[in-house]
Ligand binder design. Structure first.
Ligand code: PAF
Length: 277
């Protein structure tokens, strides 16, 4: 496994890789969810590149950039075990040199949900992902369903800008009690960690109502809100049932629907979602 820090060196190494090449973009502090993306890439590609880059432009001024958890030595050991060919680990100045001034703005689908709660977040994501695609030129790139809106935004960018690669979405990896794996779960206190599976329980409640034939978005949201209300440590940021492609809220629920939510436990903000097919 090669660990490469500069754009010039990875472009050079890329030329020697067998095709097809799969890319897994990450911000490091890897957990089983990331490793499942790498496994999926490994199954379908001759070569696998993983990027580790805590992208400053997707963090808001009030967000946790300096405290974002990092563990490069441990990440590298795990990636080696997954038979990763190249890890791209650029310093910030390599990706954003002085004078950097070009941005990718995906409009429409970024207005809702996380985009509404975190202005400029998706501009940072789309810009860095576009740069990674240009630098590494993968045949396919792998993203987790856990960040559902991120997948929608990246697919829209790839379509609108005629990019030549396939975006593969991989199912959310969950702890045995249903909590979606996330690098941010380390911030939870023991009590908050015990409370956090309420996110998945409320999503499952929505699925159950849907399977019973309920198509009334407002009543489904009410039931989810009531269930979350029983957990005193949880403060709801938003709960949404939206068209899974346009992300517009739906009053009459029709498949495919994205049921998603963001909930705070103390200082930690968790997101999760399911798709009603
Ligand atoms: O999902 C993430 O970890 C990040 O948003 C990504 C896609 C690596 C871009 O920085």
């Amino acid at each position: 496994m090669q660990v490469i820090e500069t754009i010039a060196a990875i472009k050079e190494a890329r030329r020697r890789l067998a095709a097809p090449v799969g890319l897994v973009p990450t911000m490091g502090y890897l957990h089983q969810g990331h490793l499942n993306l790498v496994k999926e890439a490994r199954t379908h590609n001759a070569a696998v590149v993983v990027s580790i880059f805590v992208n400053p432009t997707q963090f808001g001024p009030q967000e946790d950039l300096s405290q974002y958890p990092r563990s490069v030595p441990c990440d590298l050991t795990q990636l080696k075990n997954e038979r990763t060919d190249i890890v791209f680990l650029p310093p910030v100045a390599e990706m954003y040199p002085p004078g950097f001034n070009s941005w990718v703005d995906v409009e429409g689908v970024t207005e809702f949900l996380e985009g509404a709660a975190r202005p400029s977040h998706f501009r940072g994501v789309a810009t860095v992902v576009n740069k990674l695609f240009n630098i590494i030129q993968p045949d396919s790139a792998y993203f987790g369903q856990k960040d559902a809106q991120q997948v929608v935004v990246i697919k829209k960018m790839v379509t609108d800008l005629n990019m030549n690669l396939e975006i593969v979405t991989v199912a959310t990896t969950r702890e045995p009690d249903g909590l979606a794996m996330s690098s941010r779960n380390v911030y939870l206190s023991p009590d908050e960690r015990r409370a956090a599976p309420v996110l998945f329980r409320s999503l499952q409640r929505a699925r159950q109502l849907y399977l019973e034939g309920n198509r009334d978005g407002a009543s489904m949201l009410r039931e989810m809100t009531a269930l979350l209300g029983h957990e005193p440590l949880a403060t709801v940021d938003y709960i949404s049932i939206a068209n899974a492609v346009t992300l517009e809220e739906m009053t009459a629920v029709a498949a495919p629907a994205l049921v998603s939510l963001a909930v705070r436990f103390g200082k930690t903000r968790l997101i999760d979602n399911i798709i009603l097919e």
